[in-house]
Design a binder for this molecule. Sequence first.
Ligand code: IPD
Ligand code: CA
Ligand code: CA
Ligand code: CA
Length: 258
Amino acid sequence: MNKQLTALTQIIYQAGDIIKKNWDKPRKISHKGEIDLVTDTDVAVENFLIQKIKSIFPNATFLAEEQKQTTKTKLEEETFIIDPLDGTTNFAHGFPFVAISVAYAKNEKIVLGFIYLPILNEFFFAQKEKGAFLNGKPISVSKENILKNSLIATGFPYNISTKADYILKLMKKVLLSSQGLRRAGAAAIDLAYTACGRFEGFYEIGLKPWDTAAGWLLVEEAGGKVTNFSNEPYNIYSNQILATNGLVHQELVDLLTT
Ligand code: IPD
Ligand code: CA
Ligand code: CA
Ligand code: CA
């Protein structure tokens, strides 16, 4: 695995170079929905990752955001779960909070997670039972145990209109009970920043496997906790995610479920 791990790390850095190279160029944008964008860079990064990863993991299958076939619900023996560009709206506007998220699942368990922020030069990595790292240094979740002293992150789905009241209700509760609420526009980064202690917690509804797979492992390997809003075990097909340092988890469960 060591050789493959080195190769994978290199591939993800190279994929980040595509985002860096395109950063100052005009964006080519298409619409998947009214406010749901995809750029040529999303597609270029994804194609690059799949092609390169196939050369070192010839038996792997892929669950990747911009592929046509994204409905699969069972992970094969070896599956890569890829968000080539998390934070597409940010990318479209030149807001540098963008990341590549890659998770490797073996026998249905996520064992490697990478979240790379090429513009901010932050490379997050986690390996099952071996810890979580930022630019090679071990990271851990925050030790804050009071929600009122905590900074919490969230995000919204693109099809927000039918769920706006529910989302605003949750936001109001968390705003009134915490030190602050952030919506920075990239779920993978929200999870990585929870793993390294910048956020005490993160919650969102309607995320997809590629948004959360790598970040889930990062948070757990950094000592945090990941569940749905009702404190039940998380899986990448859950409609809700609550990821915290563990210490403010119950307070958030209480807010999000009442
Ligand atoms: C989106 C971002 C955003 C979250 C959305 C996601 P994309 O992913 O992670 O923070 O709120 O729900 O779909 O489309 O930028 O890869
Ligand atoms: Ca995403
Ligand atoms: Ca994406
Ligand atoms: Ca998208």
